[in-house]
Design a protein around this ligand. Structure first.
Ligand code: SAH
Length: 382
């Protein structure tokens, strides 16, 4: 325990020193440091994923998740005309569990298993080690890249589960009619603690990034901006305009433009204060699926979804897969599969809050399980 907290104390001290010299730090900077500081960042230093750690994600709940995504990828590859070389890219692969379940399924498509080269886009040295161990016997070559832009060129199948939610967000609060950047500073009464404060007014280009229906909200309202999503979509659009490909993102969030503070911190399965002991809790925020879809359309991509994770997985055959696996199980094993199915797909669990959205190169057919995104008035930017 004390071991865990020593680097965190050093990170808090570095943040305090930075605030003293630079002034309050935008929420995005705080989030970046707390997650990715090389010495004490939450992702940079440890393996936070899995049942016994800080939180559990869909691929860690059940092998069925990655297997169904693998089937999705097989179908997309054939819709691309079964190219003889394909980059199977995963953004933020965590423990590597999903990729290992995906490539196991690709064995069923011999043409694809010979064509595929997997590239894991990961920033955390600690998680890269874990991924290397998980994928040691994988039936396809495995590489790593620090960014999507650095992945080898070529036809593409890209997967990302719970990647966008940990990209740093900005928050803006309306105060006396003016949208201002929400920042982190030291607490006025307790010099060791961090506190939220209001920083500078947003610039005109930043204001334009607030979806039109939210701009006139009353004083006290909070909106979130996701500048890092735009960078991911830009890199993806560049790649998918040069080579045929599909990309699948699964994450939690809202479809319609929404407001309110969604920044949350999870430490050992408990919600905690995001400003308490930076680096010791996972920080995430809701993905804005509507804004993401519009950004992708503007970048020239085809957009499919968003759909709830539950209907999407069921459409890909979750129940059939569970029934097949259940045949080889005893009563306890069957109950476990039923629990996994419910956790992944029931609306009151991950089935509705988690959503799936896909992007494709112009000209490709819709991917399995998702309908074409139809933009509508309220979501449109001015
Ligand atoms: N997809 C996994 C892990 C989700 S956690 C799962 O579902 O279990 C988020 C992952 O994204 C971690 O592996 C984290 O280190 C990685 N990550 C976060 N920001 C990143 C970035 N900018 N570039 C590459 N990887 C990143």
């Amino acid at each position: 325990m004390t071991e865990d907290f020593r680097p965190a104390e050093a990170l808090a001290a570095r943040l305090r020193a930075r605030i003293a010299s630079e002034g309050p730090l935008p929420v995005s900077v705080y989030m970046m440091e707390a997650l990715f500081d090389p010495m004490a960042g939450f992702y940079a230093t440890k393996d936070p994923l899995g049942a016994h750690n800080d939180f559990i994600t869909a691929p860690e709940i059940s092998q069925m998740f990655g297997e169904l995504i693998g089937l999705w990828a097989v179908e997309c590859w054939s819709q691309m005309g079964s190219p003889g070389k394909v980059q199977l890219i995963e953004l933020g692969p965590g423990t590597g569990r999903m990729m290992s379940d995906v490539v196991r399924v690709l064995r069923a498509a011999p043409g694809l298993i010979n064509a595929a080269e997997a590239t894991l886009v990961e920033v955390s040295p600690a998680l890269k080690m874990v991924q290397g161990r998980t994928l040691a016997g994988a039936p396809v070559p495995i590489r790593w890249a620090p960014r999507l832009e650095a992945v080898r060129p070529g036809p593409t199948l890209l997967l990302a589960n719970e990647f966008l939610d940990c990209l740093p967000i900005r928050q803006a609060v309306k105060h006396e009619g003016v949208w201002r950047e929400r920042c982190v500073a030291m607490h006025p009464d307790e010099s060791e603690r961090f506190a939220f404060v209001l920083g500078a007014a947003l610039s005109a280009p930043d204001l334009a990034r607030i979806p039109a229906p939210l701009r006139d909200l009353p004083d006290g309202s909070l909106v979130e901006l996701r500048p890092a999503d735009a960078a991911v979509i830009g890199a993806l659009a560049e790649r998918l305009s040069a080579y045929p490909g599909y990309a699948l993102f699964i994450d939690y969030g809202a479809t319609e433009p929404d407001h309110g503070d969604t920044l949350q911190a999870i430490r050992r399965h408990e919600k905690v204060d995001p400003l308490d002991a930076p680096g010791t809790a996972d920080l995430t925020a809701w993905v804005a699926f509507g804004a993401l879809a519009h950004a992708a359309l503007d970048a020239g991509l085809q957009v499919f979804g968003p759909a709830g994770q539950g209907p999407f997985l069921k459409g890909l055959g979750l129940d059939v897969r569970a029934a097949l696996l259940a045949k080889a199980q005893d009563t306890a094993g069957r109950a476990r599969l039923a629990r996994q199915t419910a956790r992944l797909s029931a609306p009151e669990e991950m089935g509705a809050l988690f959503k799936v959205i896909a992007f494709a190169s112009p000209g490709l057919a819709p991917p399995p399980g998702l309908d074409r995104f139809v933009p509508h008035e309220t979501a449109a930017q001015e």
